[in-house]
Design a protein around this ligand. Structure first.
Ligand SMILES: C[S@@+](CC[C@H](N)C(=O)[O-])C[C@H]1O[C@@H](n2cnc3c(N)ncnc32)[C@H](O)[C@@H]1O
Length: 413
């Protein structure tokens, strides 16, 4: 938890009540970020909604390579269609959504670059990793050379996007028909279908993929689930060596190294918010249908207990720091936040550094120690720059931080 108004980079999730998906779980745990609308790239200014009755999908400038397949919602107040562009990138992509959302998002959907999908073979083909069988975990990615901290490991794009409401509003049997149409029409259906092999939650293979591999995202402000086949091949670890970064403007997901990764080490990300002790982690991961066997979960008991104790201490100190700060005791909050920072390296919680540095900057700011406030503001922004969240750090970014602190804390200090 951050002091106030501070982003939590570890994870933000969107829970959805999915009737026939009975999801009750939160996807890979990535941020739900509204899509930034970009200027129209087509010579159609206000595209009309297209469904299975419309002929306009055939137009030369149409986004879609197939006639949409559509179904009504149970109460017949809405329609959802499977739209496919089989020529997008090297896998194609499909969107199961309402005709209105598809029309509203046409500028975005048409502008996304046709990417070559990341390699997913046992031969690395120039990538810094290859896909190998990992005992007890199915397949996974292993570094084929040393990877430097913050280096991008792969850049993936969504191959299947599904409107979350579709999963609650369309009867299962009709929903499956649309999902299968969406996947079968891709130029590489196996890129999605193969992901359904790793566990057997649902009777339907595509449902299984969406249940266990989807990220939450927005398409034109409408919540969707997005499947990224390459990212979905990365196994979970409770002390991961990589992190994911969502790019709302292109719907891409970048995976980068959280620390130096030596040749031969498995590349891992966290499916759940970082920093939790063993029982909480295992409970969350059981909902994903597996028992975690990462190096931390399978470490000797004494090592796990020491890690759990540190993680509980970090949690307690973070909460106490927030309480102290909000109760007008900034120097206590400062001392507690320093203690948090001292404990983070042992737990490999690199993504939390920027948040804690910003907390330090905020505390120094409210006590008007501007030299230290500036030092920590630059440290926080520096980490965000290294992680690829912001560009070059300039004076205006630091001043933007002061304005935010002023808005949020000005009245109290
Ligand atoms: C998103 S997939 C990851 C790729 C998967 N290994 C494959 O072969 O496609 C998630 C599944 O991988 C396995 N898995 C991932 N991380 C694991 C871990 N830390 N411990 C045990 N199994 C894991 C589980 O079967 C889980 O349901």
């Amino acid at each position: 938890m951050a002091l106030r108004g501070v982003r939590d980079l570890s994870s933000a999730t969107l829970s959805a009540l999915l009737i026939w998906f009975q999801l009750g779980r939160t996807g890979l745990g990535y941020s739900s970020v509204p899509l930034t609308q970009r200027p129209l790239g087509l010579d159609v200014a206000c595209p009309l909604p297209v469904d299975d009755k419309a002929e306009s999908w055939r137009y030369r400038r149409s986004l879609w390579t197939h006639q949409p397949e559509c179904e009504h919602s149970m109460d017949r107040t809405a329609r959802y269609c499977a739209y496919t562009n089989a020529q997008h990138g090297s896998r194609g992509w499909s969107v199961v959504t309402s005709p209105e959302t598809a029309a509203d998002s046409v500028s975005f959907l048409s502008l996304s670059p046709p990417l070559k999908a990341p390699s997913l073979t046992s031969d690395s083909h120039g990538a810094p990793y290859k896909v190998v069988e990992m005992p007890g975990k199915g397949r996974g990615l292993v570094a084929v050379r040393d990877i430097k901290q913050y280096e991008e490991i792969l850049l993936d794009y969504a191959t299947l996007l599904v409107d979350i409401e579709f999963t609650t509003k369309v009867p299962a049997v009709l929903g499956y028909r649309l999902l299968h149409a969406a996947v079968d029409r891709l130029s590489d259906p196996a890129s999605v279908l193969d992901l359904g092999q790793s566990n057997g939650f649902a009777q339907d293979v595509v449902e299984n993929v969406v249940r266990t591999n989807a990220f939450h995202t927005n398409l034109g402000e409408v919540p969707h689930l997005a499947v990224y086949p390459a990212v979905s091949r990365i196994n979970h670890a409770c002390k991961p060596n990589a992190y994911t970064r969502f790019m709302p403007e292109t719907l891409q997901v970048s995976v980068a190294a959280a620390r130096d990764i030596p040749t031969g080490e498995e590349i891992s990300i966290s499916y759940i918010p970082l920093g939790q002790p063993t029982p909480e982690r295992q409970r969350r991961l059981h909902k994903w249908g597996f028992t975690c066997t990462c190096s931390l979960c399978s470490a000797p008991e004494a090592e796990r207990e020491a890690s759990d104790a540190r993680r509980r201490e970090i949690e307690r100190l973070r909460d106490d720091a927030v309480r102290a700060f909000q109760a007008g005791r900034p120097y206590t909050a400062l001392r507690l936040t320093k203690q948090v920072l001292a404990l983070l390296p042992a737990e490999g919680l690199f993504p939390l550094y920027s948040e804690q540095y910003e907390n330090m900057a905020r505390i120094f700011y409210v006590v008007r120690d501007m030299e230290n406030a500036e030092r920590y503001a630059n440290m926080s922004l520096g980490v965000l720059r290294e992680q690829g969240y912001v560009g070059e750090v300039g004076r205006e970014m630091v001043e933007g931080m002061w304005r935010r602190f002023e808005d949020e804390e000005g009245g109290r200090y």
